[in-house]
Write a protein that binds this ligand. Structure first.
Ligand code: 6R9
Length: 658
């Protein structure tokens, strides 16, 4: 890339924390000072929030950088920290999970229940020959057994690899093979969009090509007929008949806890490896700090799927290590109706909600009347993760879900970082809509130019992490050289970095005049227009700031004069007209609106009004496919697309507009 990112968007609104939240916040501004004073001592104190069987000798061993070791010599059991210690402290009757099935069936799982189930599953896995260090693949719908399966693995030191239940047999096969998983835990199926959606046939197809798999454990969820082989065991027979007694053994702080394959909007999936002590320390601390979680009174809900890192860190390990009461929901937000999420918030009196921009923009498209039909007064804090949140979506979220009062924490992190890295602290930060604001206490991040030099305030470039952090990935499973190459070779230990290792996150970012950080999308998605690097996120935010647009995706398409030209795809809001003259008029208006908001350099060459956008199954826009459309190419790999019919809709709508 020839030039650092142009800094176009000028968003000046700012919202201080509610006074009451600030006065009672778990974490205050003092945390920044403490961590700035002695970062390692700060993390050492956060590790002390966990229960260790044996204390560590050294906080960080960076002698073999960038292969980190945190809390060396320390020993602990993750499941003990997430379950047993809460039961031992007398909270066995406390609800851990209020589970809501899509068809409306429910289950209540207390910490005592979770303890019994986890012990039984640990015994069942041991019975099947699983021992510490073995890999177990988990391919389940959003049912309590998903959390139980992960905790049972952690309990016996088996490394889990959760594969999202929407992935195909090929994707599952690759992941099982890459990790040489010995056991697969799955279900007959789950409920999605009002009907049973089978999982077992996909597992059967995958296992046929995976000689490492010795056993398959099958949860009965839908009750539909399934094929059966000698490797298959029913969960309700193997687990529910197993002994509920199991003593958790402590494992080394660097024992592998899980492998998770990145959502990868582009390249071949990478098996990101996380270990035990540092990961749990940061997942647990950030849950406490960023959500201001009060386990006695809060009802927490993270709407992610357990197949993504957000589900790992903020459904399972973060909330449970803090003893939270949370919601787990099996299905989609519009089944059986578009108010399903708000109905759940209302029913369980959810106080902390953590969701994704894609969902907020979908809710904007459906209109504010939908949330207005429910009592959302229990909410006290809102969070966002997964993509840059456009300022207008942030404002909508605060206004129509948060009564115009609640803090919104926009949390930047990645599968690789394991836990939140850049985010407001809800009791401290005066948040700006669209900005993740500042590195959390104990985290060091910067924005650098092509040469790796820190950019001044007002400048744009690449987001980097400049100090190791406890929940950092330890490597790419089985591929240390790809680990070095992908994350540490761009700026790491190079001339400008001195002998310092600099982690390249792959995201564009800018610093505003106050030094606050704005994420600008993946670097692969940045556009180069007449020699200027322009962020897709900023142009998308400008489009979404127009009252007729709910959601937008922007790509750079080859252009004979400007190198790349900006091509936009926009979904109109609610009832906005999209066809004929009205459509042409809206397009003209939107092009001018972007030029006025960001400057003439950002005026899209072409805007297409579309009913949907292509997204990965975790809700990230797949700009690569839109680039194929914009450049009239046949589509590349669509296997990670959530709904492949979307591309037909978009392609058939082409030709109109300009
Ligand atoms: C947690 C998760 C990581 C990528 C990351 C970035 C984007 C996530 C964001 C955000 C702007 C935020 N991303 N949170 N961009 N603001 N608050 O999503 O992990 O699936 O590995 O994706 O998601 O581009 O690099 P993962």
């Amino acid at each position: 890339m020839s030039e650092a990112l142009a800094n176009l968007l000028n968003e000046t609104r700012q919202f201080p924390p509610p006074a009451e939240l600030a006065a009672n916040a778990n974490v205050t501004a003092a945390a920044y000072d403490e961590a700035a004073g002695d970062r390692l001592a700060f993390w050492e104190r956060q590790a002390g929030r966990l229960t260790w069987a044996q204390p560590w000798e050294q906080v960080l061993d960076w002698s073999n950088a960038p292969f980190a070791k945190w809390f060396t010599g320390g020993r602990l059991n993750v499941a003990y920290n997430c379950v047993d210690r809460h039961v031992e402290a007398g909270h066995g009757d406390k609800v851990a999970i209020h589970w809501e099935g899509e068809p409306g069936d429910t289950r209540t799982v207390t910490y005592a229940d979770l303890h019994r189930l986890t012990c039984q599953a640990a015994n069942a896995l041991t019975e099947l020959g699983v021992t510490a260090g073995d890999r177990v693949a988990i391919y389940l719908p959003m049912i309590p057994e998903a959390a139980v399966a992960m905790l049972a693995c952690a309990r016996i030191g088996a490394t889990h690899s959760v594969v999202f239940g929407g992935f195909s047999a090929d994707a599952l096969t690759n992941r099982i093979q890459d990790a040489s998983a010995k056991v697969v835990i799955t279900a007959d199926g789950g409920f999605r969009r009002g009907k049973p959606s089978a999982l077992k046939p996909t597992v059967d197809e995958a296992v046929a090509n995976c000689p490492s798999v010795e056993h398959v454990l099958v949860v009965r969820r839908t009750g539909e007929e399934v094929g059966w082989s000698a490797k298959d065991h029913w969960w309700h027979e193997a687990v529910e008949n197993a002994s509920p007694e199991h003593e958790a053994q402590p494992f080394d702080a660097e024992h592998p806890l899980f492998i998770l394959y990145t959502s990868g909007t582009t390249a071949r999936p990478k098996g990101i490896l996380h270990t035990t002590g540092g990961y749990l320390t940061q997942a647990s601390y950030t849950t406490h700090a960023v959500f201001d979680l009060k386990p006695e009174t809060d009802v927490y809900w993270c709407t992610a799927d357990i197949g993504w890192v957000t589900g790992h860190s903020y459904i399972v390990y973060g909330p449970l290590s803090n003893g939270a009461t949370q919601i787990m929901y099996e299905g989609t937000p519009d089944t059986p109706h578009k108010g399903r999420f708000w109905e759940i918030v209302d029913k369980y009196k959810v106080s902390i909600l953590y969701t994704a921009p894609t969902l907020i923009r979908t809710m904007m498209k459906w209109g504010e009347d939908v949330p207005a039909g429910y009592d959302l007064s229990s909410l006290r804090l809102l969070g966002s993760v997964g993509e840059p949140i456009n300022p207008e979506a942030w404002i909508w979220y605060r206004q129509y879900v948060g009564r115009g009062e609640l803090p919104v924490v926009d949390t930047w992190w990645q599968t690789e970082t394991g836990a939140m890295m850049i985010s407001p602290l809800p009791g401290v930060t005066e948040a700006k809509p669209g900005s993740a604001m500042a590195p959390l206490p104990g985290i060091a991040a910067d924005v650098v130019d092509d040469q790796g030099e820190s950019v001044p305030n007002g400048g744009g470039g690449y987001l980097v992490l400049t100090e190791p952090w406890p929940s950092m990935l330890r490597t790419i499973w089985g591929d240390d050289s790809r680990f070095l190459e992908t994350y540490w070779s761009r700026f790491g230990a190079g001339a400008n970095a001195g002998d310092k290792w600099v982690y390249f996150a792959g995201d564009g970012a800018k610093k505003d005049d106050d030094g606050h950080i704005w994420l600008l999308g993946r670097v692969d998605d940045v556009m180069l227009v007449s020699g200027h690097n322009i962020s897709t996120t900023e142009v998308e935010s400008a489009l979404v700031s127009h009252p007729s647009v709910a959601e937008a995706a922007v790509v750079g398409a080859t252009d004979p004069t400007t190198g790349q030209a900006i091509v936009a795809f926009a979904i109109p809001r609610g009832s906005a007209e999209i066809s004929g003259d009205a459509g042409e008029q809206l397009i003209a208006e939107l092009r001018n609106h972007v030029a006025k908001t960001l400057g003439p350099i950002a005026k899209p060459r072409q805007i297409m009004l579309v009913p949907e956008l292509p997204k990965t199954r975790s809700g990230k826009i797949m700009r690569r496919l839109l680039r194929d459309v914009a450049e009239n190419r046949s589509l590349g790999d669509v296997t990670t697309l959530q709904d492949s019919s979307v591309m037909d809709l978009i392609s058939s709508g082409m030709g109109g507009g300009r």
